[in-house]
Write a protein that binds this ligand. Structure first.
Ligand SMILES: [Mg+2]
Length: 197
């Protein structure tokens, strides 16, 4: 039996958007986020991080640093509200024209948003129904990836979200729902699940 998932972007959705995080201790959750993820856990939805992390391709830090950031993220979610992510996917790759310089990670990748590779991999590995799943992000590319994969796309106004909506960042996109933050996004998507949408 396939499961419904909620895919979550990282920067600007779970933790504060502060650009590339070079020090692990500089990763901080936004208010109410741990409680929101806990509610998704309690509802039995599969919670899955999907994140573009081009730092390794740009030569800023090794992929092991991204893993260390994710260890801290999971620790903070657990200690603050007993919340957990069921799986974490990230794309460390970037093409050379986009700024990739580290040979190991410099390539075009189906995993890089708005391509759907991370969602497709997660669906295969965890038996998820993408057509019944949600994606929450703060960029137009998050919403675009959701729609490219047949998921419901939710834009939060934290991180870059407000700038996307005012046309000052990336490009126009049409989210299925716009939420002030992750808590409000979770309110809405749990309602959708409850009424069988
Ligand atoms: Mg983001």
């Amino acid at each position: 039996m396939t499961r419904r998932a909620v895919f979550l972007d990282r920067d600007g959705v779970l933790n504060q958007e502060v650009g590339y995080i070079h020090q692990v201790e500089d990763l901080h959750l936004m208010p109410g986020v741990a409680q929101a993820v806990r509610r998704l856990n309690q509802a039995g939805l599969f919670c899955c991080l999907v994140s573009n992390q081009s730092g390794p391709a740009r030569g800023y830090y090794p992929a092991s640093h991204v893993d260390a950031l994710h260890d801290r993220l999971c620790h903070l979610l657990k200690t603050e509200a007993g919340a957990k992510l069921d799986a974490l996917y990230y794309c460390p790759s970037l093409s050379a024209p986009e700024g990739g310089i580290e040979p190991e990670y410099t390539r075009w990748s189906t995993w890089r948003k708005p391509n759907t590779g991370m969602l497709v991999a997660a669906a295969w590995e965890h038996d998820l129904d993408l057509s019944q799943s949600f994606m929450v992000g703060d960029k137009a590319t998050d919403v675009d990836m959701a729609h490219n994969a047949g998921c419901v796309g939710i834009l939060v106004q934290t991180g870059f979200g407000d700038r996307v909506l005012s046309g000052k960042y990336q490009h126009f996109t049409q989210p299925d729902f716009t939420a002030t933050d992750l808590s409000i996004a979770v309110d809405w998507l749990l309602q959708q699940v409850a009424v069988g949408n």
